[in-house]
Write a protein that binds this ligand. Structure first.
Ligand code: AMP
Ligand code: FE
Ligand code: FE
Ligand code: ZN
Length: 275
């Protein structure tokens, strides 16, 4: 039998991805993935469109979201799967995460202005459209107005983690993120711990009710994958994985690249059923 693969971490234009939901669906169908999840930052707007588009095809879509949280000076991303996105309480709360992103965008623009970069929030807004505002939109705005020559230069000089106009997202704790996912009986998974680089935080998140750890990820080494699988086993939670594709900005479309077996989704479903 042909092996069946999945990808549980994909972004669209609804947050800071490049692809529209339709383009993601096109790639997913071409690769003949068995299942996929759209996990945009702080919004589920990309999901609804993709769900309509896959109807009649032999592929499963899992509702997902990636919540931006902050813990002890680090960005912590919490993935939520099988959330009841139609729950009005969920929509109300997730709106606050988007609002934080917008206000933080304004703050980055004002820091840029202080640095003598005459960028306006209007330009950032035009680029972001209805999307949850992120640094990639600010970078594109800087590029459009020719304050930088390349996208990467925007991060290196202005909005990268240690650059002068960088503003962290500090409003939400991982506990609030996990609770929000659980509010609608979703499954909460720690995104890409290999990029977080604070394995010592994991027991804290487990104590907060975390259900799983993302082991497969485009930025994880093979050692990372093994380490996080073992860590998940040790804590008695599941492990998941995905490409974290944001679109072909650097030439590569990452969708499907982790070759994740369908079995991983079966484990995720078991946890969902226990919710
Ligand atoms: P945000 O969630 O608004 O903090 O934006 C994070 C996104 O910005 C990441 O997902 C990357 O796509 C992008 N990003 C962050 N740092 C860099 C960097 N140094 N160079 C290029 N892109 C970056
Ligand atoms: Fe992102
Ligand atoms: Fe992330
Ligand atoms: Zn992501």
């Amino acid at each position: 039998m042909k092996k069946e693969y999945i990808d549980l971490h994909i972004h669209t234009k609804a947050s800071d991805g490049i692809f529209s939901p339709a383009q993601v669906v096109e790639v997913v169908l071409k690769l003949e993935l068995k299942a996929f999840s759209i996990t945009d930052h702080d919004t589920i707007n990309g999901f609804a469109e993709a769900e309509k588009l896959i109807r009649g095809n032999n592929v499963e879509i899992i509702p997902g979201v990636e919540l931006s949280c902050h813990y002890r000076g680090s960005d912590v991303h919490i993935l939520g799967y099988y959330i009841d996105y139609a729950n009005p309480e969920f929509e109300k709360k997730i709106f606050k995460f988007r609002q934080e992103r917008y206000e933080r965008g304004e703050e980055m623009v004002s820091r840029l202005n202080e640095l003598g970069i005459n960028l306006s929030m209007e330009t950032v807004k035009d680029i972001a459209g209805k999307s949850a505002v992120g640094r990639p939109h600010v970078a594109d705005a800087l590029l459009k107005e020719e304050f930088v020559q390349t996208y990467d230069e925007a991060f290196a000089r202005y909005i990268g983690y240690h650059a002068p106009a960088y503003v962290p997202k500090q409003t939400f704790t991982p506990e609030q993120g996990i609770d929000l996912i659980h509010l609608t009986r979703g499954v909460a998974v720690l995104a890409h711990p290999g990029t977080l680089k604070h394995d010592e935080f994991v027991p804290d998140f487990i104590a907060m009710g975390l259900d799983g750890i993302e082991a497969y990820h485009s930025q994880h080494s093979r050692n990372d994958v093994t380490r996080y699988k073992n860590m998940a086993d040790k804590f008695g939670v599941i492990y998941t994985g995905g490409s974290d594709c944001h679109g072909p900005r650097k030439g590569n479309v990452l969708i499907g690249n982790q070759r994740i077996p369908y079995k991983i989704l079966e484990n995720l479903k078991k946890v969902k059923e226990s919710k």
